[in-house]
Design a protein around this ligand. Structure first.
Ligand code: NAD
Length: 508
């Protein structure tokens, strides 16, 4: 008989009362579900109950809950000191230490205690649900139930079906997740599940870009935060999550996918990890932290625009129009010749290509040619890109011009796809591949990423905003330039972009 997770007197169990177990217990109890809480270390369970009491008390002080609701929720949590106490639980969630051997042992113990029809779910963040289930006599009732930290604030929960998980198990966990006021998304077991796969596209690509000396950490952070609308730049985010968490997780996902180049870790991260530059928690990471406060290198004031005529390449029609509007708005003289005048500053707006390739392909003087990213950040923080032949006076002219109307601009070295285009294309491509593998629906991929990573858009919506054809162009340019299969477009993207379809289009 499938578990009815909607029934009023549902009783669940949680094993492991650490950071995650207590958060899960809190949202379950607050959502009206009775909980039995166990930890190998009995003090942890007691601490967990005190902690939940404090958290709910704070919610009451803020007027988010009534005092009666707090005491009712606390009354739903019962600490048990013997695993046998889970016997009547219809769903047990394992949130113990992240170690396969420990988890396999716990699952075997639980199977011996709970009814045959009970669900056993794991909150693992990096182990395969299918592998954990393989230790069980009844793997069909095992699933992942992956919450995010801190649980009460992070509404997403990934419901993960292992290869043998029966559909009713996912149905019940979705119902339970909703009762806990979470936003569940359903997916098939995959390394990194969903959110942690997509997260690689952001941090790791930026680390590769920095490794190539395209720009410094703080500049990359500024471009992605202010230009592309990410809540945090990749390096401040890496400092927050800490390299001893992020880098091993990246290596694990990469290896679980049998060295999939899209997830290739960075040797710089490994070196920084070994040097102890872990991030905020140790006071030293990509930034330094004094008294917990991040020290951000100051941005130099831009040079003044020297007033020279500006010739904009008409090859990219949309880019030309967008940039010409800005230049005219600034009141700078637009060079309207078919070819650039002798002293004109030359601006190009490539999609995917670097400035060297663009200048040579269009027969432009590289010494005077710079690029402006017309797809990302044109109104918020602009990216201006040089090439190895760019002369200093033209760099200064372009930088001054692009900041004259008060919008900030960052000058970077030559890079296919600038920074914004390249990173967004990478994120979109990973999202498309997740859709291609059928790991989750396009809608759920976007929902999970927005809720779990706080990105301004999900991967597929990012693609829709920039245009699927543009994303395909960016990736094709990247693979053409680097010859690295890391950038090969997902079939999901290639087909839909080529057919002029939305990235949400499903095949019958
Ligand atoms: P934690 O170290 O805070 O808590 C783990 C708890 O498990 C400890 O209290 C420990 O005493 C207990 N424990 C160990 N062996 C046990 C056993 N045999 N039976 C019962 N309890 C046992 O760890 P956490 O951060 O709460 O992580 C728990 C799980 O959640 C891990 O699988 C982790 O990967 C996953 N997770 C963690 C996060 C996060 O950001 N912390 C996010 C998502 C998922």
């Amino acid at each position: 008989m499938p578990v009815d997770a909607s029934k009023k007197d549902l009783l669940i169990g949680i094993t492991g009362a650490g950071a995650m177990g207590r958060g899960i217990a809190q949202v379950a109890a607050a959502g009206g579900v009775k909980v039995r809480l166990y930890d190998l270390n009995a003090d942890q369970s007691k601490e967990a109950v005190d902690f939940i009491g404090k958290m709910l008390g704070r919610a009451a002080e803020k007027g988010q809950m009534t005092a009666d609701a707090v005491s009712a929720a606390m009354g739903r949590i019962e600490v048990i000191t013997d695993v046998k106490g889970f016997a009547p639980c219809e769903i047990v969630i394992e949130a113990a230490t992240e170690n396969l051997e420990i988890k396999k042992k716990i699952f075997a113990q639980l199977e011996a205690v709970v009814a045959d029809g009970a669900i056993i779910a794991t909150n693992t963040s990096s182990l395969s649900v299918t592998t954990i289930a393989s230790a069980c006599k009844r793997p069909q009732r095992v699933a992942g139930f992956h919450f995010f930290n801190p649980v009460p604030l992070m509404r997403l929960v990934e419901v993960i079906e292992g290869i043998l998980t029966e559909p009713w198990v996912g149905d019940a966990l979705i119902t339970l997740g909703k009762r806990m006021t979470r936003e569940p998304v359903r997916l098939k077991d995959a390394p990194g599940f969903l959110v942690n796969q997509v997260g690689r596209g952001y941090n790791i690509e930026c680390q590769h870009i920095q490794h190539e000396c395209v720009a410094g950490y703080a500049d990359i952070d500024r471009i992605l935060r202010e230009g592309a609308g990410f809540r945090m730049g990749p390096f401040e985010l890496l400092d927050l999550t800490a390299l001893d968490v992020t880098h091993p997780a990246t290596e694990l996902i990469y290896n679980q996918f049998y060295q999939e180049p899209r997830y290739r870790p960075s040797s710089v991260m490994r070196a920084r990890l070994e040097a102890g530059l872990l991030g905020r928690k140790v006071g030293r990471g990509y930034y330094s932290y004094e008294g917990g406060k991040q020290a951000v290198p100051e941005e130099a004031a831009p040079p003044a625009y020297d007033g020279r005529p500006v010739w904009i390449s008409p090859v990219e029609k949309d880019g030309f129009r967008a940039l010409a509007d800005i230049v005219e708005g600034i009141g700078a003289p637009l060079d309207r010749g078919d070819k650039p005048g002798r002293d004109s500053l030359i601006l190009v707006t490539p999609v995917g290509e670097d400035i060297t390739t663009t200048a040579l392909a269009q027969g432009l003087d590289p010494a005077r040619t710079l690029g402006v990213d017309s797809l990302v950040g044109l109104k918020t923080r602009r990216t201006v890109m040089t090439n190895p032949a760019t002369q200093a006076e033209f760099r200064a002219s372009a930088h001054g011009l692009m900041t004259k109307d008060g919008v900030k601009a960052t000058v970077i070295r030559d890079c296919p796809g600038f920074i914004g285009q390249r990173v967004i294309a990478m994120i979109c491509n990973i999202g498309c591949q997740i859709a291609q593998f059928g790991t989750a629906s396009p809608e759920d991929i976007d929902k999970a990423v927005v809720l779990g990573l706080n990105y301004p858009n999900g991967p597929l919506t990012f693609g829709e905003v920039l245009g699927p054809a543009n994303i395909l162009r960016i990736l094709n340019a990247l693979i053409c330039f680097y010859g690295d299969p890391r950038y090969r477009p997902s079939p999901w993207l290639r087909r839909r972009a080529s057919l002029g379809l939305s990235l949400f289009a499903k095949e019958i």
